[in-house]
Structure formats: C-alpha cells, structure tokens
Design a protein around this ligand. Sequence first.
Ligand code: SF4
Ligand code: SF4
Length: 364
Amino acid sequence: MSQVSIIRCADYEVNALYQSVKQSVDAIGGIDKFIKKGQSVLLKPNFLKIARPEEAVITHPEFIRAVIRLVKTVTDKIFIGDSPGGLVKAEDIYEQCGIKQVAQEENAELVRFDKIKQIEGIPFARIKDEVDVVISLPKLKTHNLTTLTCAIKNVFGLVPGLYKVHCHKKAPNFQVFAKELVRIYSMAIPDLSIIDGVLAMQGEGPSGGDPYKLGLVIASADAVAADAVVSKIIGLDPFSVPSIKIAHDRKLGQGDLNNIQVIGESIAKVLVNDFALPEIMGIYKIPNFLLKSILRFIPLMLTIDAKKCNNCLMCVKICPQKTIEQLNLKVKINPKKCILCLCCSEMCPNNAIYLRFLKGRRKK
Ligand code: SF4
Ligand code: SF4
C-alpha cells in the first residue's frame, strides 16, 4: 500500500516550515530511508517562469531551503535544478526568484540541464542519472491542460526547454498529452516527492491562476498516490485527472484512494470546497472523436488582452505551431493552426493570453 503524509504548515517561516517538511518525511520513514550518508541528491523544484514566490507559480525558495536543511542532515552533496518552460533561462530564474541566494546561503549547487541523455527519443537532463537520489519538489497548482500540475507533472521539467514545446506539438490534445506525460514520468520516477502546498495555485494555472492558502506539505515515495490525495483535497475525483488514471492503469503508482495509507492529517480534515478549478475542464469530458470537431472552434476561445501585452514576443517564439504573429505592433493568433496546447498562455510573462469563453479573469 502506498503511503502519503499530510502535514499542516501555515506559511513560509523557515523554522516552522522545516518542522513540517521533516514531519512529512518522518511520517513515511524518515530522510535516511531515502538517502544514505554521502550520497548525491538532486532537488527538482518547479521553476516554470520568472515569478514572485507569493504568486504561487514556482516552488517557494524557503520551501527549498527547508528541504536542503533536512537533506543536509544526511549528505552535503546537494544539487538544485529545473528546466523552465520555453525560452526562459534557468539562471535568470535562479537569480530573480531568490533561488540563488538560498542555494548560496545553504551551500547547495545550482545546475543547468544542458547535458542531455536520450532515453527512447526523449532528451532527459543527464544529472538525473548522475546523482544517487532525485527528490521532486512540486508546486501544487491547477493546470489548464492537465487539470493538475503536481508530483507526476513535475518530472516533465527534467526534459529541457524547447523539447517540452515539441511534446505539445506531438501530442496535440490533452488526452494524448497526458499519455506522453506519463511515458516521460515512467522513465524518470523520483525517489521522493515533497509537495509545496503551503500557498497553492487555483483557477487558471499553471501561471495565470490565483494563490490559495492551502497550508499543507504532502510527501510520498509514490508520486501517483501523492497526486491522488492532492486531487481529493482540492475537490477532484483522482481518476478524473488523466495523468493519474493513466499512471495507475500502467501500474506506475497507486491512484485508488482505497489503497493509499494517509498519515498525519486525514483527507477529510484538510479538504477544501472552494478551490477554483480550471474552467476549461468541461471540455475534457467531451469524447475524443467529438473533440476533434469542436477543436475547429478553438480560435474563438483564445484571446490576447492588448492592455496587458507589452509585445515581448515570447508567445511568438514559443508557439509550437508557429501560429502567433506580430502585425502592426500587435500579436495575433491564427486560429486555424492552434492546437490549444496553451504554451503561450503558460509562458506569457504578463498573463495576457487566456480562453475567451471564460467569464472574465480574476483580478490580480
Ligand atoms: S501576449 Fe504575452 S507573451 Fe505574447 S507578446 Fe504579449 S506579453 Fe508577450
Ligand atoms: S497559439 Fe498558443 S495554444 Fe495555440 S498552438 Fe500556439 S502556443 Fe499553443
């Protein structure tokens, strides 16, 4: 039976956070169960794009600090790295999001994923095989394309930069994409996942949603089970999340809550009933054969808020379909070729791209 621990943590005050992170790992066997003395460890947070920690887009730097301190009780060979989305440079995120400072203060080494190892045609960051232990530090967020981005999806960041965009092109709808995501997960299953659910993201995640004070640290050696528990807490049936269902069916982890031992807080005590889910979720219920016809109308759904757009052209560069162009100093989406991968929306630094059928965006 898979084990998942749920521990409360009100905020990012580092001492309290350290205690919560430690309790979450102690509850599933303690850090010595996962790391032996002197082993090397890669901490893999979610560094999607440059964002302030309070926006809940990235794993909070103080969360990473707390985990480093826990790992340091066993080993000092600690590396931290992620591959951000699109064209964002990892070092810019490290510098501008406070990660570099934490790494320096705690004597951990920041790494770039520029050395690659191909596995079944997928370029993985080579460091995942060079270290002894990989600890995933996902941010708990909703996701417009995958419903949830948490422990399973965090592994996607081990695939560097633009290949992720290529994956979207290869898998041009959410069901095919979920299969590809799980295939990638199956090749890089982390030894342990410790989820930053202190300040989660609700609504139109993974970058355009709103912070939600969930106040939880969740840990498990089984990322599928961790995501199943997270789903239930935020009001989702775990098997309605395609990646959980597919990973469970492939026996890559346990998605059935009846077969998961929850330690610490019970799900019933921490579940919330006001966590906003992505409004696009309705489309996921449409069978694939119908979805193909409906996708023809997708151009009516994506729009760019001209008031927020500063013409940075990130979306133009990142679109796998090359379907966004700049005309008369305005960026425009050519609806005919759009596959609704939402890469543009995810990576827009100003959250200017969204789905038009949404009933207005929440104010930031
Ligand atoms: S929509 Fe966003 S990503 Fe695209 S040009 Fe405008 S600000 Fe940049
Ligand atoms: S316009 Fe946006 S959603 Fe459409 S294919 Fe390009 S990146 Fe994906």
